[in-house]
Design a protein. Structure first.
Length: 332
């Protein structure tokens, strides 16, 4: 009986140890955010796009200083796009779409994720997509359904990398970025920083920023598979995680300049220079910043007669001036 009793006690103790180990591992895996700390500024994981809803009181949309050269009172082109492009195309809708209000504009002006917006464009539910270039998968998906994208560049932007403000690293080379995201470089001391594991956050496949990361930065070099804690599901998350991760001065992430500095600013992050060149408006304008990207108006065979009219206005002098007023860099 005593042997049986000891066996039961031993089994219970072993089970307790296994539970403790499991809980510890889960906490290590999931405790990716710092506990509340009054000295660390925190932001929401994503932004409230309702602030960019046309025709609502006190929205954040920029207004034109003079009346637009075109207006629509019917046959409104249905627009959608990347989160970072929302302030641009929603501001245009507010200026040009006459006769709509906050209750009716949602039928024509949407705020989807990049992936969903491209799906809607391919399905013919959207006339114009605003944002970065489509991914290889999105191009193939369109081709499989007999749809061809037409890309019109309408603005310039910077694809930026950021770290916590306490990180002493201010600049990385293109090659160092590639090595970090292939895990050839895993410690900040190897890029003249303090010793510490590099937490290299990524975005999901087919998001606008991940597409640019693969096409422009990695140049088809394979990205290392991110750990669960290194994946930012929504666009604002990647800023939030770099700013507040438990080893927050060791994290690095990427996004678009306008989103990171205007739509979702955070004083706890700093943008990195690439090859010693900072992502300033001037360096985007003259193309010297290495990751200068085009923002496109993308169509896929819409029969709405006002689609071409709207795009031609965007690339006109008045449209380009308005894009610069919003905060993007004009294309020409």
């Amino acid at each position: 009986m005593k042997v049986k009793k000891y066996f039961i006690i031993a089994a219970v103790l072993l089970l307790a140890v296994l539970v403790v180990i499991f809980v510890y591992q889960q906490n290590e895996r999931n405790a990716g955010i710092l506990p509340e700390n009054p000295y660390v500024e925190r932001i929401e994981g994503d932004i409230d796009l309702a602030r960019y809803q046309p025709f609502t009181e006190n929205n954040r949309l920029v207004r034109m200083e003079e009346p637009p050269n075109i207006t629509f009172t019917e046959n409104f082109p249905i627009v959608d796009g990347a989160t970072a492009a929302v302030p641009v195309y929603m501001a245009m809708v507010q200026e040009i779409y006459v006769g709509l209000d906050a209750d009716t504009v949602g039928k024509y002006a949407m705020t989807s994720t990049t992936d969903l917006a491209f799906t809607r464009l391919i399905n013919g539910e959207v006339d114009i997509f605003f944002g970065a270039q489509p991914s290889k998968w999105q191009i193939q998906d369109a081709a499989d359904r007999g749809v061809e994208f037409v890309l019109t560049p309408v603005a310039r932007e910077a694809f930026v990398f950021f770290v916590h403000k306490n990180n002493p690293v201010d600049s990385l080379t293109v090659e160092q970025i590639q090595d970090i995201y292939q895990r050839n470089i895993v410690n900040w001391r190897d890029v003249d920083g303090r010793s510490g594991r590099i937490l290299a956050f990524q975005r999901p496949e087919n998001s606008g920023s991940q597409t640019i990361m693969q096409a422009m930065v990695m140049r088809d070099k394979p990205l290392a598979t991110p750990l669960m804690e290194e994946t930012a599901r929504i666009m604002g998350d990647i800023i939030y995680q770099v700013a507040t991760y438990r080893n927050y001065d060791q994290a690095i992430g990427y996004s678009f300049r306008y989103f990171a500095t205007v739509m979702n600013p955070n004083d706890n992050i700093k943008l990195l220079a690439i090859n010693g060149i900072e992502p300033t408006l001037e360096n985007i304008r003259n193309g010297t910043y290495p990751f200068t990207v085009d923002v496109y108006a993308i169509t896929a065979g819409s029969t709405n007669e006002n689609v071409d009219t709207l795009i031609q206005w965007i690339v006109s002098e008045q449209g380009q001036s308005f894009i610069e007023t919003v905060g993007y860099v004009r294309r020409h």
